[in-house]
Design a protein around this ligand. Structure first.
Ligand SMILES: NC(=O)c1ccc[n+]([C@@H]2O[C@H](COP(=O)([O-])OP(=O)(O)OC[C@H]3O[C@@H](n4cnc5c(N)ncnc54)[C@H](O)[C@@H]3O)[C@@H](O)[C@H]2O)c1
Ligand SMILES: CC(C)[C@H](C(=O)O)[C@@H](O)C(=O)O
Ligand SMILES: [Mg+2]
Length: 354
């Protein structure tokens, strides 16, 4: 059978981005031929270096080229030498918005053998799927500054919540919940204060929920959710939430499930009208960049989410199994392994599975 070619755009980005992406590609190269996939990768130099050289964050022509790919594999963007927000908005969020990545899928799962800071907690207690809205909320870029630099300065940053945008992500979350054994969905919001947006989210969850009677629905204010993530993580199965709350609770989720170096994500356009984009939850980690200290596992698990999205579920499971074995054995490490060593070891385990 002829291999299926996957056109993959690669954006290594800044800081540890190139280091972890190299390991993700290493593992993808090991898995692809075993599942009749051929990777056709094109690397795009976007990020701080390009901005310093040309002032560009994402030229229109590059966005057009990216559009022609099956998926985008990204490391991280952001650098202390670039004003905060320039690359985050001009590159990362622009891609999420332009390609309608309205689902930001962030599994929070404790793998066997991984140490959690929570007492008396086992892998059975932490296995949730956060479905973060990816194109609206306070991220939309609405607002502005009045009387800048004066004592009367006012900055506003509006949260945009459209019926269309909320409904499509809520429906996706119900679909995911219906397909999981526990069939539970928790809306995380702050409807006691953000009454306009909160009421819309609540109403949409209620209405869409009528189509999914098999899914039990729960609600949690976001402040309480941060507490329950730590004290009772087993409360959560699928969580649906807005863009900003989802950003915050998934870093917390990463921390309870063994660390930010393990947290994977997919920015998904479920209809396939645009390429989806896969990246670790973490950022460019300038504090450890260039030292071979970054954990590439989050990026490798993001590659598994990508394989799933591309319809290569067997390949995705193979990567997850290799990662699970590597994580199970980490406690035996005499010294901390480098970024590339972890990538080598996981790629070798992919190959060992035959
Ligand atoms: N998706 C993205 O591209 C993305 C995500 C988050 C932050 N950022 C950007 O990254 C820059 C740094 O942000 P930050 O410091 O708030 O968050 P960060 O995630 O980059 O780092 C937070 C802490 O986690 C550690 N860390 C992160 N990834 C790690 C890994 N793979 N292995 C081991 N340790 C890891 C870092 O060393 C740091 O101590 C900023 O410019 C920010 O805007 C980008
Ligand atoms: C860098 C930033 C724009 C981004 C976000 O807030 O979504 C990051 O924190 C993330 O979690 O992917
Ligand atoms: Mg974040």
């Amino acid at each position: 059978m002829a291999a299926r070619t996957v056109k993959l755009a690669v954006i290594p980005g800044d800081g540890i981005g190139p280091e972890v992406v190299a390991e993700g590609l290493k593992v993808l190269s090991a898995v692809a031929p075993r599942h009749d996939l051929a990777l056709d990768t094109t690397e795009y130099e976007l990020g701080a270096k390009r901005w310093h050289a040309t002032g560009e964050t994402l030229p229109d022509s590059v966005e057009e080229e990216l559009r022609g790919h099956d998926a985008i594999f990204l490391g991280a963007v952001g650098d202390p030498s670039v004003p905060s927000g320039v690359l985050e908005r001009g590159l990362l969020l622009r891609l999420r918005f332009s390609f309608s990545h309205y689902v930001n899928l962030r599994p929070v799962r404790l793998y066997p053998g991984v140490t959690t800071p929570l007492a008396d907690t086992t892998p059975d207690d932490i296995d949730m799927l956060v479905v973060r809205e990816g194109t609206e909320g306070p991220y939309a870029g609405m607002g502005g500054v009045l009387r800048k630099g004066t004592p009367g300065e006012i900055a506003t940053q509006d949260s945009v919540n459209t019926r269309f945008g909320v409904e499509r992500v809520v429906r996706y979350a119900f679909e995911k919940a219906a397909a999981r054994p526990r069939r539970k969905l928790t809306l995380v919001h702050k409807d006691n204060v953000l009454t306009f947006a909160g009421e819309l989210w609540q109403r949409v969850v209620r209405e869409v929920g009528e189509e999914y009677p098999q899914v039990s629905v729960d609600y949690c204010h976001v402040d309480a959710a941060t507490m329950f993530f730590v004290t009772q993580p087993h409360r959560f199965d699928v969580v649906v939430t807005d863009n900003l709350f989802g950003d915050i609770i998934t870093d917390l989720g990463a921390a309870v499930a063994g660390g930010i170096g393990l947290a994977a994500s997919g920015n998904i356009n479920p209809e396939g009208d645009f390429p989806s984009m896969f990246e670790p939850v973490h950022g460019s980690a300038p504090d450890i960049a260039g030292q071979g200290k970054a954990d590439p596992t989050a990026t490798i698990l993001s590659a598994a989410i990508m394989l799933d999205h591309l319809g290569a579920a067997d390949a995705a499971r193979r990567v997850e199994r290799a990662v699970a074995e590597d994580l199970r054995d980490r406690a035996k490490d005499a010294v901390e392994r480098s970024t590339s060593r972890i990538g080598d070891d996981i790629a070798a385990r992919v190959a060992e599975q035959g």
